[in-house]
Design a protein. Sequence first.
Length: 97
Amino acid sequence: MHDRLRLQAAFSDAELAELHRLMLAAFKALDFVRLSRAVLHRAASPFPTVLGTLDAIHLATALLWMEEKGGELTFLTHDSQLATAARACGLDVHTIP
C-alpha cells in the first residue's frame, strides 16, 4: 500500500515515513486475535441482525475478546450493517466514514 501511495504521488516520502511510524505505534497499542475454532463457532451462531460471513467473524472476535478479557472494547467499522449488529450485541460502536 505504501508503494502505491508513493507512486501515485498522494504522499511525499517524508509524509509516508511519518504515516508508517504512526501505524507501527498504533499496532503496538492493539490486541490481535488469531482466527480460532472458537471464533468460527461463534461466527456461525445466530446474531440479532443479518450479517455476512466476514462481518460475523469480526463481530464474533470482538465478543469473544470481551468475554475472555472482561474489559471494555470500542468497535470501529465503516459498515452500517456491521455497526447495527455490533450495537445489537451491546458493543460501543464508532463508525468511520
